[in-house]
Design a protein around this ligand. Sequence first.
Ligand code: 9MR
Length: 388
Amino acid sequence: MFNNRITRRRSLWLGLGALATIGMSNKFIHTYYGGNMRALGETNQDFTVVGTASLRQRAAAKGLIYGAAANYETLSVDTGLANSLIQECGMLVPEGELKWGFVQGIRNQFDFTQGDWLANFASTHNMLFRGHTLVWHLVLPEWFDEIVNQQNAEGIFTEHIATVTQHYAGQMHSWDVVNEAIDIDDGRADGLRQAPWLQLLGPDYIELAFRVAAEADPNALLVYNETAFEYDTPRDEARRIAILNLLERLKSRGTPIHGLGIQSHLLGDGKPYFNAQKFRQFLADVASLGLKIFITELDVTDDVLAFDIDNRDRIIAEVYEDYLSTVLDEPAVIAVLTWGLSDKVTWLSDYAPRADSEAVRPLPLNSNFQRKLAWNAIARAFDNAPTR
Ligand code: 9MR
């Protein structure tokens, strides 16, 4: 049943596409299985943390980066959120502001206002800044279908990537150059998604994106970012193989790619399907290609966990600690980013709400910006991690 649930959930997840264009809400009705996956009080893991140092400090002590995604809309008005980010984060990632449909919502009119505000927030508070994302099949502008065709596609593609990367050159630690290019359900032998750019430019659009970005900003680390391959299920296994094949191909062709981003949107009820040994081997395989690894969008759903808040927080914290202790064992992992910092602002409120309408609790801080057990779990994982 879980496998069925995971498969179905992830298809929905990956199919967010149609809804995620500009001007449309990403709220949508979806059905999935209810039911509480665990009895109360089943967990007894120890989440004791020594001292009060921030996640940023604990990560830095090991040569790691900790950061979070945030968006202009909430960060610019919420001082509680701003103060928490300043305290806890060594890196900031714009949640949406650098996506194609935001930056070039009108053809040839690049609008960096919100991205620049976020870049300025990061530099003012001595945080690194990370770009997300240059090429994605979602959040394309409304003019895309009308204007882009086989004849002009390459010019529009390279111009967009060059303009955006040039604008932030010198300010970006790293870029998610291409996001979510794999979908094994699309039936191609190479596992690539039938994304608009693939249809227009062929499979080498990925390599082209990296080359254009590298030329415009030779100092940023260039990353391929992908979702939904963390579990020991046939689907995730097939996705891991497709990812490794893609990375190997890019490296063998001399593509300027420096890292893999593992989104890590984990499931609160996913513990039985996380195979630490297998995932650890996958990380080693990626590292053996000479690539760095970023955990880019970590959060943990609690939509199907029982209401009890203490127990829910414990289960979520367990998922964080089990995952991060496995991941941080691999020296190629250099950064851990959560997709948000406080439960007050999370995409999961819309995407994976609870049937009982209670607030979701997927992130390190609660909605009043206080540290939860998930925070302890991340802190412990950093404290126990080998030094880079
Ligand atoms: O969290 C983001 C949400 O606020 C946006 O509406 C959505 C579309 O822009 O994108 C969400 O972030 C996604 C990220 O860009 C890529 N990986 C999956 C994330 C969650 O959907």
